[in-house]
Design a protein around this ligand. Structure first.
Ligand code: PCA
Length: 206
């Protein structure tokens, strides 16, 4: 059977949960569209995030890779188009690193296109009634760092034929309920809806 490596980041920035991790735990072990879903947990730490994916790539030998992270404030599931060669962290990562205007990889090109079928993934989710869109920026924090890092790694290892990319997801309802009345509220999406969306999305893979 084909294998899909799906990764979810740990909580960061003072949060106690990360929707990405909750989601990939729910997807782990499922078979969707002929893919066995294999999940990994990723530290929100520069370089260490990529180390975990590098190890998973050689252990799992996946046929496709989807990295998932939280994009607090976005209202829908966003499939990223591009990873750029810059680390410009607006807050420190979980080990205190805060590079400003540094490259992800000194030997790398300016950017890589995600190699997932991004438009088809979005269309499948919308057809299933799940809010989704293409995003043209994964930011300049650890998510973009890992997106760029994985695409660069696959390119260097002659594995650019493996479809790989990144999906950002909204906050969970529980993350807003703990803030009720304290701060501004943001859009949320339940894990149930996320699972429905990702199931439709994975159906888009060849
Ligand atoms: N989101 C952050 C890093 C980890 C996560 O889930 C980001 O968008 O960069």
């Amino acid at each position: 059977m084909k294998k899909l490596l799906i990764t979810g980041f740990q909580p960061f920035g003072g949060e106690t949960v990360n929707p990405a991790l909750e989601l990939v735990k729910k997807l782990a072990g499922k078979t969707i569209n002929g893919y066995e879903v294999i999940a990994r947990e990723i530290p929100v730490v520069r370089y260490e995030a990529l180390d975990v994916v590098r190890a998973a790539l050689s252990e799992v030998q996946p046929d496709a890779v989807i990295i998932v992270g939280q994009a607090g404030g976005r209202p829908d599931i966003t499939v990223e188009r591009i990873g750029i060669n810059v680390d410009d962290f607006r807050i420190p990562d979980n080990k205190g690193n805060q590079p400003i205007d540094e490259p992800v990889a000194a030997d790398g090109p300016i950017a890589y296109w995600a190699t997932l079928p991004i438009k088809k993934m979005v269309r499948n989710m919308k057809d299933a009634g799940i809010p989704a869109s293409v995003s043209n920026s994964a930011g300049t924090y650890v998510c973009n760092h890992l997106l760029y890092g994985v695409l660069h790694l696959l390119a260097k290892e002659g594995k650019a034929h493996i479809p790989a990319g990144f999906v950002h997801i909204p906050y969970l309802p529980a993350q807003m309920s703990v803030r009720a009345g304290l701060e501004s509220q943001y859009p949320t999406m339940s894990v149930h809806t996320l699972v429905q969306g990702f199931t439709a999305m994975i159906e888009a893979l060849d």
